[in-house]
Write a protein that binds this ligand. Structure first.
Ligand code: SF4
Ligand code: SF4
Length: 397
């Protein structure tokens, strides 16, 4: 297993971290004997970063990780978990939640403690509630060793958060399709320039890059002189960036653990050849050709007076075009625009056809017309019940 030093913390971290959100079993139930063998086996092979969070497996992941790390395994890893902003109403809640996490994880400190899934708005709220004071206090008394944040939002918000506290690291969604979305490449470089360690999540876009690979993309993967699975191509692309310290992978099977550990033993930074990078560029372009709307998520059309998350709606519609998985896209639509991580729902069907966004869009997208397509493809009678259920799972309702 290769390691890279995170200069902000001085830790030599394995370039593969174990994300404990898709463990084997019938979610939310965890197949504990199997998951224990997978995680301990990975640690025995050099993996030294374990990531969990309150909502994973409906609250069962943290106590499970606490049990897995008994028998001497806790001392062999850096342990990461997260403060869930949607459960925080007061400054006192932060101390209470961290105390509960230490208990569930059977440890006296968290090595890498993140404020979970921040965006510009939730950061503002958490700052107002005193999160920086909380982090300072938890660092000072040793309950946490390093403070960071995970992010799902737009680039500008990301930069604001990076500059808003003395973070040691951040965790961003980054993969061959998200170079211009969320923090993107610009955000990655921005944070790295400021000295933050970089942890990458969703390197396979929630598994989409390995499931139902379009024929046009598979042909390109198959054209390489070295035969690789789509997962290997995608992981090697992320690890090729020297700014990236580690990739988190939510591994569900022994085969995934074996494959990822094998690749993590070889994938040094800047090791891809020009021919390999060309294959990756062509595969990315083939995915882009399947997109339904040429939205770049620039955000110039926002805010919509009716509350529609225009780039969010188009992103899910484009995922449907790329991967053709309607069930998954409808689920993601409920999650992204159903008011789960935002104060209010932001469905396409809220559009009142005022036309404000049309003049603002540099891509000349006829937004209201394309939103009708989003409604037709993604909104169905279970859209709102699914959003309600996800909110309950996240504990925000
Ligand atoms: S046309 Fe629809 S989506 Fe565009 S700004 Fe008006 S209400 Fe919002
Ligand atoms: S202005 Fe156009 S390209 Fe930019 S986010 Fe809005 S719809 Fe997408």
């Amino acid at each position: 297993m290769l390691t890279r030093r995170m200069s902000s913390t001085g830790d030599d971290l394995s370039i593969l971290g174990f994300g404990c959100m898709r463990l084997p079993g019938r979610n939310p139930k965890i197949d504990e004997p199997r998951a224990t063998a997978m995680i301990r086996g990975a640690i025995d092979r050099g993996l030294n970063y374990i990531d969990t969070a309150v909502p994973y497996h409906a609250g069962q992941s943290e106590p499970f990780v606490g049990r897995v790390l008994q028998d001497g395994y806790r001392e062999r890893v850096k342990l990461a978990t997260k403060l869930p902003p949607w459960k925080v109403k007061t400054r006192e809640d932060m101390d209470r939640i961290l105390g509960e996490q230490l208990e569930k994880l059977q440890t006296d400190h968290i090595d890498y403690y993140l404020v979970h899934s921040l965006n510009a708005k939730s950061w503002e709220t958490m700052r107002g509630l005193g999160v920086t004071d909380f982090l300072d206090a938890a660092l000072a008394d040793g309950r946490i060793a390093n403070a960071g944040f995970s992010f799902h939002g737009k680039l500008r918000g990301f930069q604001t958060i990076v500059d808003g506290y003395d973070w040691k690291f951040c965790q961003i969604q980054y993969n061959i399709l998200d170079t211009h979305r969320q923090a993107g490449t610009e955000g990655l470089m921005y944070a790295a320039d400021k000295g933050l360690g970089i942890i990458v999540m969703e390197p396979l876009r929630g598994g989409s890059l390995t499931k139902s690979v379009p024929p046009s993309v598979q042909t390109i993967w198959d054209s390489g002189a070295t035969k690789r699975t789509p997962a290997e191509w995608a992981l090697r692309w992320v690890w090729n960036h020297p700014q990236v310290n580690l990739i988190l992978s939510g591994m569900s099977t022994e085969e995934q653990v074996d494959e990822n550990i094998r690749i993590a033993g070889e994938a040094t930074a800047e090791s891809l050849t020009p021919e390999e990078l060309d294959i990756l560029d062509r595969a990315t372009a083939a995915y882009q050709a399947l997109e339904r709307v040429p939205c770049t998520a620039c955000g110039y059309c926002m805010p919509c007076p009716a509350g529609v998350d225009i780039p969010g709606c188009f992103d899910v519609l484009n995922d449907l075009g790329r991967f053709g998985d309607r069930r998954h896209s409808r689920l993601m639509y409920s999650f992204r625009v159903g008011g789960v991580t935002s104060p209010k729902p932001a469905y396409a069907s809220l559009c009142t056809n005022c036309g404000k966004c049309v003049t603002a869009c540099p891509q000349e997208i006829n937004v209201p017309v394309e939103l009708l397509e989003v409604r037709r493809e993604l909104e169905w009678f279970l859209t709102k019940p699914i959003a309600w259920m996800i909110k309950r799972r996240f504990g925000s309702s």
